[in-house]
Design a protein. Sequence first.
Length: 420
Amino acid sequence: MNILILGSGGREHALAWAVMQNPKCDKLIVAPGNAGIAMIADCAALDIEDGGSVVTFAEENSIDFVIVGPEAPLAAGVADRLRDAGLLVFGPSAEAARLEASKSFTKEICDAANAPTAAYGHFTDAEAAKAYVRAQGAPIVVKADGLAAGKGVIIAETVAEAEAAIDDMFGGAFGGAGAEVVIEEFMQGEEASFFVLCDGTDVLPMGTAQDHKRVGEGDSGPNTGGMGAYSPAPVLTDAIAQKALDEIIKPTMAEMAKRGAPYQGILYAGLMIEDGQPRLVEYNVRFGDPECQVLMMRLGAQAMDLMHACAEGRLAEAQVNWADDHAMTVVLAANGYPGSYEKGSVIGGLDGLPEDSFQMMFHAGTSETDGRITATGGRVLNATARGATLQEARDRAYAMVDQVNWPEGFCRRDIGWRAL
Ligand code: AMP
Ligand code: GLY
């Protein structure tokens, strides 16, 4: 099979790494890719949000199967364009991708599906939103309705902070994403990510993980795209995962199908768990980054068979063969991230790293010039390892981190603290 993966982050490097291990993969192209992906697959420059270009590229390169990594091409309808052209795709339609692209849409679906989530109000003007905040009190959560690259959520500790966030959003701080605002009850509990394959009819759990969203140790400082993750997440016990499937995910999938927008792809449910009860924080219509890295480290080659079965609507006959293992990934980010940071610093120490089925340095924001790897993004490398225990996975991951020579970067030293 000739496979095309769309994306350029650590998530796509991990997907490429898993796909390359599968003997059914004859050729792999990743567009646009990064310096680490280029070491294991062909990379191609391509505007991945332009459906027409992606279709032409796939046809010219005799692609049999396309895996879409990030949400932006999905929300832009790239999977629809590929399917219209008769290509097999892993990833939802633009209509189904609204589960991530519009928070008010998701809340409304949850209402219809009777799925447990935070109480909320949906507003198109600031005064009504502020009146709701004053009536509810703080803490309270203010969210831009649309895609805001993970930055459109403000957890307000006071009513004044919430009112300021409302003014910012309606004032255009998040562009079009903030033209509508959702205000939510602040949920207490422990967060975990649940990844479920959905083929429009059947669902198959693909794994659990816990991310570390804050930039600083002890979960301090501003939110980031994620500073590290591990899998499985012990807080998501089998019983709680089953509840999440029965009460949240399956009813959502049924509601989407009922509305003529069946969901196909990986569904990432961000859950808040309190007293054994999961509630939905958000859906994402793609793998998490860096959660994907730990899932791929644990699944290896079978990940491709699962995604392929999902795209072909064969999940009813698929199964995940879990090893009794644990994986961890530690994100190395450029100094200053998630604020402003320098680009172009040289990263040393990567050549001597042991890379095998137990440990991989996945690349996120890197490029290569004259044989040197340089940092081109905020999140730059993902030291990813697995082991019989989480401690073993952790020791391997940090041993890789310690071999990297990159004074312009940093990482959190406490990834996995909740579980260890
Ligand atoms: P989201 O972009 O919806 O994932 O929100 C980003 C982060 O904000 C989540 O991962 C949670 O940590 C937090 N968050 C969002 N909504 C709520 C809520 N209703 N209650 C508590 N925390 C929340
Ligand atoms: N790591 C969080 C996300 O991918 O949304």
